[in-house]
Design a protein around this ligand. Structure first.
Ligand code: HAM
Length: 428
């Protein structure tokens, strides 16, 4: 019997996993500079959290959740996104009482959605996201957007398009909702069953429907921007002014609604301008969610955040020919000649690794020539050659691969010589 990997998932193998580490490290560094702290929440949560948090009229909740009963008959769900869990933790841990406000958090981890797999759309994917809770200052909106843009730019991605919109505050949204109902109601029977159910509950979701997206009423639907009250208009203007001052280009798209229910005021997406992969061009999405903490049982608290998937980020880098791996990981390869030298290897490797070098050697019983070949293939910066004769004299050969230069050293001189060699390599 053979096993296949579940649809919509992938193994990340050596050669790829190094790229993931670079992305994750870049994200950690970036968050340190922006003063966001890491939070790690469970992979599964009570199902009700997502029904409440993400919204029970969304595709995610209606069609895409990995929901299961545990042995205690509790309904649990593999998290489809990270915001509701972070807010659940914010409320449970009473973070509104923390001294430093707003509470600025970030996370990286797998999310699960039962989607139709295609290029850039997986059933398990890894999101990096940030959430800032406790401030309704439009400067935080600009900060979150800037952080998202900077991650891509730092990794070398070009041709990004930042699209923003405002979904307005409660009052503006209510006015828009009524206008949408009036717009769609007379012909709602031409729409799918989901949209019919959404009409009175959440007509904004109709605009996000994948089935009815080409219906003629879609293009002429009332735009939220025409229903923003004074506060929301002012807020949106300020976010735009901050972005302009940071010289972050953006376009306002009044049709951007996002697929989750919790948004209000600022909504944004970062897309690839130009060639995407398959049908997909969206790399990241986020926005403000000022009512969410309350919906999840906490005090009235404003919040904003975004998330991106590392899969899409890496695909975009690949499309643009950006190679993240610049250097071989291996400092040193040890080649031995003779039984005594071979038996000395474990101890020598152990010492060198303790000293901080990345080191490997042959475990396949290869001849010296084949060992040299392996060292070359692994792109080691230095090769140590230890024969029984050298060992008897307490000596070892060091070959610098960049220059081909070889030196015979006392074993005691090895650490300093390797350190100098690697420093030369770094400066080159
Ligand atoms: P979202 O738009 O559902 O928002 O997802 C954010 C990003 O996750 C997308 O832009 C995309 O890069 C990635 N993504 C989503 N689904 C998939 C998939 N099936 N395969 C690969 N990548 C995917 C959220 O999840 C919100 N929690 C974002 C947020 C945080 N809003 C406020 N704070």
């Amino acid at each position: 019997m053979s096993f296949t990997i579940p649809r919509g998932t992938q193994d990340i193998l050596p050669g790829e996993s190094e790229k993931w580490q670079i992305v994750e490290q870049t994200a950690h560094d970036l968050c340190r500079r922006y003063n966001y702290k890491e939070i790690r929440t469970p992979i599964f949560e009570q199902t009700e959290l997502f029904a409440r948090g993400v919204g029970d009229t969304t595709d995610i909740v209606q069609k895409e959740m990995y929901e299961f009963k545990d042995r205690g008959d509790r309904s649990l769900t593999l998290r489809p996104e990270g915001t509701a869990p972070v807010v659940r933790s914010y409320v449970g841990e009473k973070m509104h009482g923390w001294v430093n406000q707003p509470v600025k958090l970030y996370y990286t981890g797998p999310m699960f959605r039962y989607e139709r797999p295609q290029s850039g759309r997986m059933r398990q994917f890894v999101q990096f996201g940030v959430e800032a809770l406790g401030s309704a200052d439009p400067a935080v909106d600009a900060e979150v957007i800037a952080l998202a843009m900077e991650l891509y730019q730092e990794l070398g991605l070009k041709d990004l398009k930042l699209v923003i919109n405002s979904l307005g505050d409660k009052e503006s949204r209510e006015a828009h909702k009524q206008a949408l109902i009036q717009h769609f109601e007379p012909r709602i029977n031409e729409f799918c069953a989901d949209c019919q159910a959404r009409l009175t509950k959440n007509p904004l979701r109709i605009l996000d429907c994948k089935v009815d997206r080409d219906h003629e009423l879609m293009g002429s639907a009332p735009a939220i921007l025409d229903y923003l009250n004074e506060d929301s208009t002012k807020y949106f203007k300020q976010v735009q002014e901050f972005l302009s001052a940071m010289k972050i280009p953006f376009v306002v798209d009044p049709t951007l609604v996002r697929g989750l229910d919790y948004y209000n005021n600022t909504a944004f997406e970062i897309m690839l301008d130009g060639e995407g992969f398959g049908a997909i061009t969206t790399l990241a999405g986020g926005g403000r969610y000022n009512g969410l903490v309350e919906d999840i049982g906490g005090p009235e608290t404003p919040g904003i955040g975004f998330a991106l998937s590392i899969e899409r980020l890496l695909m975009a880098l690949e499309v643009q020919g950006v190679d993240l791996i610049q250097d071989s990981q291996l400092d040193v390869y040890l080649v031995t000649l003779g039984d005594k030298a071979k038996n000395k290897a474990p101890e020598l490797l152990y010492q060198l690794r303790k000293q901080g070098f990345s080191v490997d050697a042959d475990y396949m019983g290869k001849k010296m020539k084949a060992q040299m070949k392996t060292a070359n293939r692994q792109q080691a910066h230095a090769v140590l050659i230890l024969g029984d004769d050298e060992l008897a004299e307490g000596k070892i050969n060091v070959k610098e691969m960049a220059t081909g230069e070889q030196k015979l050293l006392q074993l005691g001189e090895l650490e300093a010589e390797l350190a100098a060699l690697l420093q030369r390599k770094d400066e080159a």
